[in-house]
Design a protein around this ligand. Structure first.
Ligand code: ADP
Length: 716
C-alpha cells in the first residue's frame, strides 16, 4: 500500500514538472517576440547616443543569438513527444537559457551605456519593463525567475551605482527594493501557480480514475452472469443488464420502465413478492432468496436473489438494486435426484414387500412338508433306507425354512419393521443356551466345543436377536471348521464399558480382502462347496448387532482359523449377572404320550393339508381332536361339546381366529386355552393374538416338540 502511494506521489510530481516546463515553453513565443521587438527599439534609440557603438552592436548581436537559440530549443520541445518532454535536459537547458538571457539584458546598461542622463534613464526604464514583463512568463518556476531577475537587475543596479550622477545611489536603492518586491511577488505567483497546477492535475487524475471505474463497472455490469436489475419505488425497471436479458428473455429496451413484477413474477407468487417488498421497505436486505420466476416465453426459471433497498440522502427508499443468479439447472438436478431417490426407495419397498409376502406364502407348504416328514419318522414299519430319505427331506426342508426365515428377517430390517426389546442379557444364560443348541451339530462334525458358560456379567441387547447372531456365528464356526477342529467362545471386558464376545474356530480362515464381503447379503466364499448355507446369516447378524448399538467384525488368518467378535455395551461384574440366574432348559424327548389322554382339543383350520397335518401330530402326541374349517363352525361346535383346548389358524373365512377368540372371551369363557397357529413369524402378530384373548402362538411349520410342550403347558 505504501509503495503504491509512493508511486502515485512520484507520478504526480513528474506530471507537475512536465506541466511546468510546458507552461514555461508555452510563454516563449510571446516573450521572445516581445524581447526581439524591444531589443530592436532600444538599439535604434541608442544608436548614435551610446558611449560605444561597437559595444551596442555586440549587445544586440548577443541578445539576438541567445533569442534565436532559445527559440530553436522551444520549437524542438513542442515537436517532441510527451515522453521525450519528460526528460530533464529540456528543463536544465531552459533554466540555463533564462540565466544567460538575464545576463544579456543585464549587460545593456554596460554595453549600451550613454553618458546622456536622458538616454541612461531610457535604458533603466526599458530594463525594468523587461524585468517586470518577464515575471509573468517565468514565475511558473522560481529558479528561472531568480536566474533572470538577479543578473539583469544586479548588473543594472551596479551600473547605476557606479554612475556619478547625483540621484544614482538613490535610484539603485529604489531599484533594489523594486527588484526585491517583484521577486517576492513573483514567488507568490509561483506558489499559487504551483498549487493550481497540482490541483488541476489531481482533479484530472481523479476524473480519469472515476471515468475508468465507470467504464469497468459498465463492463462488469454487462458481462457478469448475474442479472442486475434496478427499479424505482413504483417497481418500474431502471436498470437491466445483458444477463437479465439472457435469463428473462426481455431486451433492455423492452424492460426499462416496465413493472418488474409483471415482467418476471408468475401470477400466483404475488404473496411471496409482497412479503419480500415489505422486508425491503423495512430497510432489510434480502440475501439468497430462491424465487420461481418466469421468462418472456412464460417458462419457469429459478433464481437466487440478492436485493438491497437504495436510499437518498434523507435515508428515504428511492428504489431497489437486485442481483439474480439463474439456478434452474441446479434446482432441476435436485428435483431429479429427489425423484430418483424416492423411486429407489419405492423399488426397495416393493422388493421388501415382495420378499416378505413370498416367504410368508412359502411357509404354508413348508409346514406340510416338514410336519408330515416328522410324523412319518414315527412310523415303526419304515426301512432304514426310507428313514434316511426322510432325513434328507427334513434337512432340505429345514434349510429352506431357514432361508425363508432369514429373508423375512432381512425384509423386516430393511422396512424398519424389526423391533428390538433391549434389556440386560445375562451372558451365562445366553451362552449356556447357545451351547446346548449347537452341541449336537458339533458332535456330528467331530468338533471339540470349548465353551465356558459361567461367564457372569451382562450386555445390553435384545435377548432373542443376540442369540440369533451367536448361533449364526457358532454354526458357521462349526460348518467352516476342519476335521477334529475346535470351536470356543471367549468373553472379554474392553475399556469404556464394552464387552467383546468372540467365537473362535480352527477352520480355513478368510483372507483380508474377503473379510468385508462376507457381511454383504448372498456373499458365500465357497458357494460351490458341499457346505449348506444361504449367504445371508452374517449380513443379518451385522444389521442386528448395529441395531443393538454394537459392532461386529472378524480377525482371521488363512489356514489358522477365524475369530468373529461382537462388541456390545455391558459389564463383566459377576454380581450383577448373578441376579438373573434363570438357566436354560434342557431339551426333552419329543414323544411322550402318556399325559395326553383324555383331553379333547378343537382345531380350527381352513387349509386341508394343514388340517391333516395337525390332526396327525395331535394323534401322535396322544390327543383326541376334532377339526372345523372356520371360526363360525368352531363356535357352533363349542355350544354342544366341552373342549379343553382350542388350536386355531388366524386367517380363515367367515370368522377368523382373532374374532373367534374375542367372541369366546366376550361370551364369558376365560379359562379355555386358545393357541394360535400362524404362518406369520412377526412378533407384532403374536401381540395381536394375545390382544384378541389368545393364550399363546405357535408359528408354522409346527414343530412336534414345540406343539407338545405348549399343549402340556396349558393342559396341565
Ligand atoms: P452361510 O454360512 O449361510 O453361507 P453367512 O452369511 O453366515 O452365510 O456366511 C457368509 C460366508 O462367510 C459363508 O458362506 C462362508 O464362506 C464365510 N464364513 C462365515 N463364517 C466363516 C468361518 N467361521 N470361517 C470361514 N468362512 C466363514
Amino acid at each position: 500500500m505504501d509503495s503504491h502511494n509512493k508511486n502515485t506521489d512520484e507520478q504526480l510530481e513528474q506530471q507537475i514538472r512536465l506541466e511546468e516546463i510546458r507552461l514555461l515553453h508555452g510563454g516563449t513565443p510571446f516573450s521572445y517576440t516581445a524581447s526581439f521587438v524591444i531589443a530592436l527599439i532600444i538599439y535604434s534609440f541608442l544608436l548614435g547616443h551610446a558611449a560605444s557603438e561597437r559595444n551596442l552592436n555586440i549587445w544586440l548581436a548577443i541578445i539576438l543569438i541567445v533569442l534565436l537559440l532559445r527559440s530553436i530549443d522551444s520549437y524542438l520541445f513542442f515537436r517532441a513527444s510527451r515522453q521525450e518532454q519528460q526528460k530533464t535536459g529540456w528543463r536544465t537547458r531552459f533554466i540555463a537559457g533564462t540565466g544567460v538571457a538575464g545576463v544579456c539584458w543585464g549587460l545593456l546598461p554596460w554595453l549600451g551605456y550613454s553618458p546622456d542622463p536622458e538616454y541612461f534613464t531610457f535604458i533603466i526604464v526599458c530594463l525594468i519593463g523587461v524585468i517586470a514583463g518577464s515575471l509573468a512568463t517565468l514565475s511558473y518556476r522560481w529558479e528561472t525567475m531568480a536566474l533572470f531577475l538577479l543578473p539583469a537587475s544586479g548588473l543594472l543596479a551596479l551600473r547605476i551605482f557606479l554612475d556619478e550622477q547625483t540621484f544614482s545611489n538613490a535610484t539603485s536603492l529604489v531599484l533594489l527594493v523594486f527588484i526585491f518586491f517583484s521577486y517576492s511577488a513573483g514567488k507568490r505567483v509561483f506558489n499559487n501557480t504551483q498549487q493550481n497546477i497540482r490541483l488541476r492535475i489531481e482533479a484530472d487524475n481523479r476524473e480519469q480514475a472515476i471515468e475508468l471505474m465507470h467504464q469497468k463497472q459498465a463492463l462488469h455490469l454487462q458481462n457478469t452472469p448475474l442479472a442486475i436489475i434496478e427499479f424505482d419505488i413504483n417497481l418500474n425497471v431502471t436498470e437491466w443488464n445483458r444477463a437479465a436479458e439472457k435469463i428473462f428473455g426481455y431486451s433492455r429496451e423492452e424492460a426499462i420502465d416496465e413493472n418488474v413484477l409483471r415482467l418476471i413474477l408468475p401470477r400466483d407468487s404475488s404473496d411471496e413478492a409482497e412479503k419480500l417488498w415489505e422486508r425491503l421497505l423495512n430497510y432489510e436486505a434480502v440475501i439468497g432468496a430462491v424465487i420461481e420466476n418466469k421468462t418472456k416465453a412464460k417458462d419457469p426459471v429459478f433464481c437466487e436473489w440478492f436485493i438491497t433497498p437504495l436510499t437518498d440522502e434523507q435515508n428515504k427508499i428511492v428504489g431497489v438494486a437486485a442481483m439474480a443468479l439463474d439456478i434452474t439447472d441446479k434446482k432441476r438436478n435436485e428435483l431429479a435426484m429427489m425423484k430418483s431417490r424416492e423411486e429407489a426407495e419405492q423399488a426397495n419397498q416393493a422388493k421388501s414387500d415382495f420378499l416378505s409376502s413370498m416367504s410368508h406364502e412359502l411357509r404354508t407348504p413348508l409346514n406340510a412338508i416338514l410336519g408330515f416328514t416328522q410324523l412319518l419318522k414315527y412310523e415303526k414299519t419304515l426301512t432304514e433306507k426310507q428313514q434316511s430319505h426322510l432325513d434328507e427331506i427334513g434337512n432340505a426342508g429345514n434349510l429352506l425354512l431357514e432361508l425363508v426365515n432369514q429373508i423375512l428377517d432381512l425384509a423386516r430390517i430393511e422396512k424398519g419393521h424389526l423391533q428390538l426389546s433391549m434389556e440386560k442379557v445375562n451372558l451365562t444364560e445366553i451362552i449356556t443356551e447357545c451351547h446346548a443348541m449347537v452341541s449336537p451339530l458339533a458332535e456330528q462334525n467331530n468338533l471339540a466345543l470349548d465353551i465356558k458358560t459361567e461367564t457372569g456379567g451382562y450386555v445390553i441387547a435384545d435377548y432373542t436377536r443376540l442369540k440369533q447372531v451367536m448361533l449364526n456365528l457358532l454354526s458357521n464356526a462349526i460348518k467352516y471348521n476342519r476335521e477334529n477342529g475346535a470351536v470356543s467362545i471367549k468373553v472379554l471386558q474392553k475399556p469404556d464399558g464394552i464387552i467383546r464376545i468372540c467365537v473362535i474356530d480352527t477352520g480355513e480362515g478368510i483372507s483380508r480382502e474377503l473379510q468385508n464381503e462376507i457381511f454383504q447379503p448372498f456373499h458365500r466364499l465357497n458357494a460351490a462347496s458341499s457346505i449348506e448355507g444361504t449367504g445371508i446369516g452374517l449380513s443379518i447378524s451385522k444389521q442386528l448387532v448395529e441395531m443393538m448399538n454394537g459392532t461386529i467384525g472378524v480377525n482371521s488368518e488363512i489356514n489358522r482359523g477365524s475369530e468373529f467378535w461382537i462388541d456390545l455395551p455391558g459389564n463383566l461384574d459377576s454380581k450383577i449377572a448373578a441376579a438373573n440366574d434363570t438357566t436354560a432348559t434342557a431339551s426333552q424327548s419329543a414323544a411322550n404320550t402318556d399325559s395326553s389322554y383324555g383331553h379333547k382339543i378343537l382345531v380350527a383350520e381352513d387349509n386341508l393339508t394343514n388340517q391333516a397335518l395337525v390332526l396327525n401330530q395331535l394323534q401322535t402326541l396322544g390327543y383326541t381332536a376334532e377339526v372345523v374349517t372356520n371360526g363360525q363352525e368352531a363356535l357352533n361346535k363349542m355350544i354342544n361339546t366341552d373342549y379343553q383346548l382350542l388350536l386355531t389358524d388366524c386367517n380363515m373365512p367367515l370368522i377368523d381366529g382373532y374374532t373367534l377368540a374375542k367372541t369366546i372371551r366376550q361370551g364369558g369363557n376365560q379359562l379355555l386355552p386358545i393357541i394360535a397357529i400362524t404362518a406369520d413369524a412377526f412378533p407384532e402378530k403374536k401381540a395381536e393374538c394375545l390382544e384378541a384373548g389368545m393364550n399363546d402362538v405357535i408359528t408354522k411349520p409346527v414343530d412336534l416338540e414345540t406343539l407338545k410342550n405348549t399343549l402340556e403347558k396349558y393342559l396341565d
